[in-house]
Design a protein around this ligand. Structure first.
Ligand code: CTP
Ligand code: MG
Length: 181
């Protein structure tokens, strides 16, 4: 049981790290190309192509590296070709969730960087599980949404606000993030 839980959490690292890595890679052309919907930007200048692509590829690669490191002992992801896309589905899904939250925030009239506590914390969790499920439904359900896998989900839901707070304060202090949330 311990192994199942630990593995599910380690396998989730691409989702947990994608948005932080996007801060590092981000900048340049905004994804919405400057377009507006009504009075506000579709997504805003905080969502860039470099952030999306850099965050997706780097966080997904972290997952593949962990998979290779664990390979002699455990299968962190399913041992087949589609399984190798699972970490990228988590990282892309996390970025997609974050973009969706920005879309909603702009529709609610919140400016770039303004805090929306619930959306900011859980947007990427919803996005990563959604895209992960589309890529490998049986593995995602077994690892996070049924039986002992539910412990993974519970720990993730508890851990996320704490990690989110910690990472954002660090990002703010070292100057890569404009706001401490
Ligand atoms: N970032 C990026 N591209 C992304 C996501 C993030 O370039 N797809 C970078 C941007 O520099 C952004 C920073 O990471 O400012 C922090 O991300 P986030 O807090 O999600 O963006 P905000 O600037 O707060 O914008 P929003 O209000 O839309 O969340
Ligand atoms: Mg923000």
């Amino acid at each position: 049981m311990f192994n199942t839980i630990l593995l599910g959490l380690v396998a989730y690292i691409p989702a947990l790290s994608a948005n932080s890595l996007a801060v590092v890679f981000g900048g340049g052309k905004p994804i919405d190309g400057g377009l507006r919907l009504g009075d506000n930007r579709v997504l805003g200048d905080g969502k860039t192509w470099r952030g999306l692509i850099g965050g997706t590829i780097s966080a997904g690669s972290v997952g593949i590296s962990l998979y290779l490191a664990a390979f002699p002992f455990y299968n962190l992801y399913p041992n087949n070709l589609v399984g190798m896309f699972v970490p990228f589905s988590f990282s892309f899904g996390a970025m997609f969730g974050d973009m969706s939250a920005s879309f909603i925030k702009r529709r609610l009239g919140r400016k770039r960087g303004e805090s929306s506590p619930f959306l900011d914390r859980y947007d990427f969790v919803v996005g990563s599980f959604l895209v992960g499920y589309l890529v490998y439904p049986s593995w995602v359900v077994n690892t996070y949404f049924s039986g002992q896998g539910l412990w993974n989900l519970l720990i993730i839901l508890i851990l996320v606000p704490l990690l989110h707070k910690g990472v954002n304060v660090i990002g703010y202090k070292i100057g890569v993030k404009k706001e401490p949330w």
